[in-house]
Design a protein. Structure first.
Lengths: 240, 826
């Protein structure tokens, strides 16, 4: 698989002078298609900053961010927005869905923003929801969905279309263990389809679903380990 | 649950060809979301919606009312462009002129008038011969009951004539020796005061005068006039049609709508802040800045559209309800559905446009907020206030310049100046907030925190302050402006129209430029009635008032509805257009009248033409000659507006061959007249067809001022309610910390009270300053008008409003906000 995400010598500094905070220091990270990478580290280590820079939600102070080979950090804001619509999907801990839109409309929204007609976008969204077992909840609004269902709809929205990169920030943080595992199965399955995934988590057990675990401390990658967990977990010994 | 095993995305598949910004589908999706959000959260925008709706209701009603209430020139012209008044004294001349008019204009519509004197009545009855289906006169005639007369022995009459002659439908009436059956009740629907009797054209007596309605341009009319020997009385339909009046009303309403939209902008900023996280999420999904702006703009458009539809519907419904009831006041029939629909449509479009424009600034600000800042619901960093303040100062300077240059008479400059000044004051708001916060040094901790939060949440606080300043500014402008207008009226009208011991008894209607002819017997009869009136008032001084008339000119009668007479010579100030002038009554300087002013004949210079209180270029009107500028001499000013203030000398009258014609009597008692005395005088005058003018109390605008203060305060409190809760909700973290450290409930109350009180105080001060700045600029040539300061009303605004806001904040902050324990997600 080719690299979907490449961070090269990426640094991020908030503030200036004495108040400067180095959130990331010369981070190098490559994630291939089909690979799920978990990012762990203590609070303030730069995990979320790494994710937002990878997703072009923030600009790095220094370094390069390549998504599907394109340098995101040199793109215009509109081009970055187009990149997010077409290649990057986000899953946040909470507030993932837009109130006022049904589940399927939420899923279809990135496609519509990219110029796909409403009917075609909704059909594509419906297909993803069916694949994720949420077809019956397609017409429900976020207020009527449970926390687990909301996260699953968020994942559906993050993978709809030809997404290459899925970025998840504590995706199970607000869920109970059963729903958390269900969400992890979905992330894993999405990566199996060729999507590169990066997930920030505090939970070591959830990190074991990843192919690789990256440890951050004070803005630097201090360790990377290959996980042996996912295949064993997907073998069926852990109840969904 | 099923793990999916779908086909992996092909990485080398070319990207589909779509519009870079998502094109129409993206815009449609964004607008759909915005509309859904509005449906979910319309209650949060109810104040903005209400304000816009009220503005649209006001505009709709005002446009509908002015369009229908404006006296229509159709009352005189029907469908014609011009009218000619022909004398019927010589039937041969009349016929030749009618033939000439028909040959010149093609279609004409002739209406014959025969004035019939009725014993016991001062005014004759106008017996009219008019074709109900006339080409141009049809709109001037309508059948209320019965049918039109169709024979020599039939007649139709108006309600007024029926009352005067004490007759009615189905009864017989005798006029000028003809006994006729009343077969119908008619009216001029465009002028209900037009009283007449209608006879069959084929069986009418020879007319004394004929009104000829014609169509064509002004040049054609003047060319026709040149073909006629001798004078030809002609009038053209005034250019100021009711459609134009409605359009002017709409233009004025637009200024109001724009001011309201500034308040609406504050409301939209609050909405934008509430949606910050959701908009951040949308941006994270790949929405461009244009998409983000579109969300807010669509919201503004939806609010504007709802307000436009609601406001127009309610405004039209209100008009339909009251339309019939105002017919009497309007003086003409009103077709309640005859509305300027195109103007109303333009007003709806305008309402949507202004609401959309009001959402532009918040939309722009929100689209520029960094995505992570939006996702964490942190408001944008406060911008340095200095730049905005500088822009505000520039706008204030521009506004003041426009207002000064307007001289209070140029609507375009006044509108531009008002808007520029208003926006300038609003721009100074953030600097004012910082200035107030800078003074927090030694204040209690809760007050310090509240003032700090105003700076931290400057966007919201600034928007609220802008809206409050505007509400207070409009209120203060009304309060101070009405006080200035009262002062101006007192000074220009002096002591009012007349002293409370004086009566002005006029023959006929006031301001009628045609003086009816009276026989010596008629004048003697009127004089006897005046003597009777004077007798009832003790021993008053009675001064007859004459006007100068051009005896060689005979006017057949205004609108053909009153008796013929001679035009009175007028004096006036020519206006800029060179065609019209502001005219004043010109009385004959009789020895009795001069004596009334303490003058005698010797005091008047031999070459003086006119004695007057007026200054500047003066010109005489209603005379055969043009550009006659009289030599004037100052007349002592009585201070009363209805007293004779311009007198033409006997020399001038003799030189031009003008004749004096009796028009009124000035009766001055030695005591203030009682209500009973006035009533008796009016009854006596009415029985002789005279009209009485007496001292009028000058209307007070106190109620208007009180209403303006109340409305401004209510609006300001509504804005505060909308904003303060939001600011305090954002600062819930501080409150949580304070509570954890043992701060009592009083601290929470103080925080809210200070926030709302401070915003109200700043709004009151800025609004007051802005309003007075604008007024001083407009009235810079007449600053004396502003010396009467309505202290009570202004104190209620500047002191009462902040106190009320602080007290309300204190009382309402007792309950623990939900945000203390649970953060709002959106």
């Amino acid at each position: 698989m080719s690299a979907v995400l490449s961070l090269r010598q990426v640094s991020k500094v908030y503030g200036a002078g004495n108040a400067a905070v180095h959130a990331l220091r010369q981070v190098d990270l490559t994630v291939d298609g089909g690979e799920l990478v978990a990012v762990m580290g203590p609070s303030g280590s730069g995990k979320s900053t790494l994710l937002t820079i990878a997703g072009s939600l923030e600009e790095p102070t220094d370094g390069e961010v390549l998504v599907c080979g394109d340098d995101v950090s040199t793109m215009s804001t509109d081009a970055q927005a187009r990149m997010r619509r077409r290649a990057i999907g986000f899953v946040f801990q909470d507030l993932n869905l837009l109130a006022g839109l049904s589940a399927v409309e939420n899923v279809a929204l990135p496609l519509e923003l990219d110029g796909v007609g409403a009917r075609a976008a909704r059909a594509a969204g419906m297909r993803v929801l069916e694949e994720l077992g949420l077809a019956e909840r397609a017409a429900a609004f976020p207020d009527d969905l449970s926390g687990g269902e909301r996260q699953r709809v968020a994942i559906a929205r993050a993978v709809v279309g030809d997404r290459r990169l899925l970025l998840a920030d504590e995706p199970t943080g607000a869920l109970d263990s059963a729903n958390g595992e269900a969400v992890m199965r979905m992330l894993r399955a999405a990566c199996k389809r060729g999507i590169a995934g990066v997930m920030v988590t505090h939970d070591a057990q959830l990190a074991s679903w990843a192919d690789r675990v990256v440890f951050l401390r004070d803005g630097r990658i201090v360790d990377q380990t290959a996980s042996t967990g996912p295949d064993a977990m997907l073998a069926g010994d852990v109840a969904p | 649950m099923t793990a999916t095993t779908a086909t992996p995305p092909s990485t080398d598949r070319p990207a589909p060809r779509r519009a870079p910004g998502g094109g129409l589908p993206a815009r449609r999706a964004v607008i759909r979301w915005a509309v859904r959000l509005f449906r979910r959260e319309w209650r949060q925008q109810v104040l903005t919606l209400t304000l816009l709706t009220i503005a649209v209701i006001g505009a709709t009603f005002a446009v509908s009312a002015t369009y229908n209430m404006a006296s229509s020139s159709d009352a005189t012209f029907g469908r014609a462009d011009h009218l000619l008044r022909l004398d019927g004294g010589d039937p041969a001349v009349l016929d030749s002129r009618l033939a000439a008019a028909r040959a010149w204009f093609g279609t004409i519509d002739a209406i014959g008038h025969h004035y019939v004197a009725v014993p016991g009545l001062f005014d004759p009855v106008d017996v009219r011969a008019q074709n109900p289906d006339g080409a141009y006169g049809a709109p001037m005639l309508a059948l209320r009951q019965g049918r039109y007369p169709a024979g020599a022995g039939e007649i139709a009459i108006t309600d007024g004539v029926a009352r005067t002659l004490r007759t009615g439908l189905g009864r017989r009436v005798s006029l000028d020796g003809h006994d006729r059956l009343v077969v119908g009740v008619v009216e001029n629907p465009k002028d209900l005061a037009d009283e007449f009797a209608l006879v069959d054209v084929a069986h009418a007596d020879p007319p004394q005068t004929v009104t000829v309605l014609v169509a064509g341009d002004q040049a054609s009319l003047e060319a026709f006039r040149n073909t006629i020997d001798g004078p030809l009385v002609r009038e053209s339909r005034p250019a100021m049609t009711r459609t134009v009046i409605a359009a002017v009303t709409l233009a004025l309403a637009t200024v109001g709508l724009l001011l309201v939209s500034l308040v609406a902008a504050a409301g939209f900023i609050v909405v934008a802040q509430r949606r910050l996280r959701q908009l951040g999420m949308l941006a994270a999904m790949g929405a461009t800045r244009r998409h983000l702006r579109l969300v807010m703009l669509a919201n503004g458009t939806v609010v504007g559209a709802v307000a436009a539809v609601l406001g127009t519907t309610i405004g039209v419904a209100a008009w339909l309800l009251v339309a019939e009831r105002v017919e009497t006041a309007a003086g003409h029939r009103i077709d309640r559905f005859d509305l300027p629909w195109a103007t109303l449509g333009a007003e709806m479009v305008l309402a949507v446009a202004t609401a959309t424009a009001a959402a532009w600034w918040p939309a722009r600000a929100i689209a520029r907020t960094p995505i992570m800042r939006a996702l964490s619901a942190r408001p944008p960093r406060p911008r340095p206030a200095r730049r905005t303040a500088l822009a505000g100062a520039g706008l204030l300077a521009a506004g003041v310049t426009c207002l000064v240059l307007s001289g209070g008479t140029r609507p375009l400059l006044i509108s531009a100046g008002t808007l520029s000044t208003a926006v300038g004051v609003l721009c100074i708001g953030p600097a004012a907030i910082r200035l107030l916060a800078a003074a927090r040094g030694r204040m209690p901790v809760a007050v310090r925190l509240a003032l700090t939060d105003l700076v931290r949440y400057q966007a919201r606080a600034g928007a609220a302050l802008a809206a409050i300043s505007l509400a207070v500014g409009i209120s203060v402008a009304i309060v101070a402006g009405s006080a200035a207008a009262e002062a101006h009226t007192r000074r220009t009208a002096g002591l009012g129209n007349l002293a409370d011991s004086t009566l002005l008894v006029r023959i006929g209607r006031p301001n009628n430029p045609v003086i009816p002819e009276h026989t010596p017997a008629q004048l003697a009869s009127l004089q006897a009635q005046i003597d009777q009136i004077a007798h009832n008032l003790g021993t008053p001084a009675v001064t007859p008032l004459d006007m100068a008339v051009v005896a060689s000119y005979t006017d057949p009668g205004q609108n053909g509805s009153s008796q013929p007479g001679h035009p009175a010579v007028e004096i006036g100030t020519p206006l800029a257009d060179g065609q019209t002038m502001t005219s004043y009554p010109l009385y004959a300087a009789t020895p009795e009248l001069l004596h009334r002013y303490g003058l005698d004949g010797a005091a008047v210079a031999p070459d003086t033409d006119v004695l007057t209180i007026h200054t500047g270029p003066l010109e005489l009107g209603n005379i055969p000659e043009r550009n006659v500028h009289p030599k004037t001499q100052a007349l002592p000013d009585t201070g009363y507006s209805s007293m004779p203030n311009s007198l033409v000398t006997a020399n001038m009258m003799a030189r031009h061959g003008w004749q004096p014609a009796r028009v009124a009597w000035l009766i001055e008692a030695d005591h203030p007249l009682t209500g009973q005395e006035l009533a008796t005088a009016r009854d006596l005058a009415a029985s002789a067809g005279l009209t009485v003018e007496s001292h009028r109390e000058q209307a007070s605008l106190t109620t208007l001022r009180t209403g303006a203060v109340a409305a401004g305060a209510l609006l300001a409190l509504g804005i505060l309610a909308m904003t303060v809760g939001l600011i305090r909700g954002e600062a819930a973290g501080d409150l949580r910390t304070l509570t954890a450290t043992g701060a009592p409930r009083r601290v929470r109350r103080t925080l809210t009270a200070t926030t709302s009180g401070a915003l109200a105080l700043l709004g009151a001060v800025l609004g007051l300053a802005g309003a007075y700045l604008a007024l001083v600029s407009v009235l810079h040539r007449d600053l004396d008008a502003l010396t009467d300061v309505p202290v009570a009303h202004l104190a209620a605004t500047t002191v009462g409003l902040p106190m009320l806001a602080a007290i309300a904040g204190w009382l309402l902050a007792g309950r623990e906000p939900s945000s203390l324990s649970r953060r709002r997600l959106d």
